[in-house]
Design a protein around this ligand. Structure first.
Ligand SMILES: Cc1cc2nc3c(=O)[nH]c(=O)nc-3n(C[C@H](O)[C@H](O)[C@H](O)COP(=O)(O)O)c2cc1C
Length: 242
């Protein structure tokens, strides 16, 4: 990618730990141990409900950031519904597969990863959401909840949630067309997606909290993405409110 002001903005607004602080070294060792093997196995998700559910205004009125969660797993159907609300395909129009949330130029630079911590029938691990297939691809198996919370400036409620959505931006998908201005659009897209997911969560009786305070490269290392081309931009913790 051609480096310009957009890329510089992205790099210079990262949160970073002191390089040799105990958290940095320990975290890196733990991440490497858990991620010895890339799994790369797909899991279909139950078909989402596209018609019913809570009235929209009730959901908007009820959404609140929730930071205290019960130890109760979320169903796979609920996760599927949230992911569909966030980035599901709702219309095929020529070469475009249009989604639930708007996107500048219909370029969809945001990907969603799921840190599944307590989801029925899903082994704990890091998954990548595939919108066209309404499926998850497992990348790494294991309990990443505490590492994720540590990487989010030690916000421990992330480890208590049943799952955390990690939104990443794949810069080139939008910068090939819009150049440095594309960096603005990434964050607008992410906001739409997170709000859709938050409203879907509340409609299912679940709570959520958006999180943008995190050590970018620690989250990127957990996901196994190359930060020069793709980076975490937003997290959403989801679970049963206490
Ligand atoms: C961009 C953004 C980043 C946020 N980051 C965090 C965060 O790191 N930790 C947290 O506990 N809440 C975070 N929040 C949640 C806000 O604190 C919350 O939305 C605000 O207090 C309003 O409360 P409400 O969401 O219940 O309406 C974030 C919200 C936004 C929009």
């Amino acid at each position: 990618m051609k480096e310009g002001i957009g890329h510089q903005f992205q790099m210079e607004t990262k949160y970073q730990r002191e390089p040799y602080s105990p958290g940095a070294v320990e975290g890196q060792q733990k991440r490497e141990k858990l991620k010895e093997k890339l799994v790369d196995k797909s899991w279909p998700l139950p078909p989402p409900d596209r018609e019913d559910g809570w009235p929209l205004f009730k959901a908007i009125n009820s959404r609140r950031s929730v930071r205290e969660f019960r130890k109760k797993p979320v169903s796979l159907a609920a996760l599927s519904q949230i992911l569909w609300a966030a980035q599901g395909i709702t219309l095929k129009a020529g070469d475009f597969s249009l989604r639930t949330a708007p996107s500048a130029g219909a370029l969809y630079p945001i990907d969603i990863y799921v840190c599944a911590q307590a989801v029925e029938t899903l082994n704990p691990g890091l998954y990548h959401f595939l919108p066209a297939a309404q499926a998850l691809r497992m990348r790494y198996e294991g309990d990443f909840s505490q590492l994720l919370a540590d990487a989010a400036l030690n916000q421990d409620f992330l480890a208590e949630a049943s799952l955390v959505l990690v939104l990443t931006a794949v810069f080139e998908r939008t910068t090939w067309k819009y150049g440095a201005r594309g960096f603005r659009y990434l964050y607008l897209d992410a906001g739409h997606i997170a709000q859709n997911a938050a409203l879907a969560a509340v409609s299912l009786g679940l709570g959520s909290c958006p999180v943008a305070a995190f050590f970018d490269d620690e989250i990127n290392a957990l996901l196994g993405v190359n930060p020069a081309r793709e980076s975490a931009v937003y997290l959403l913790a989801v679970g049963w409110p206490r």
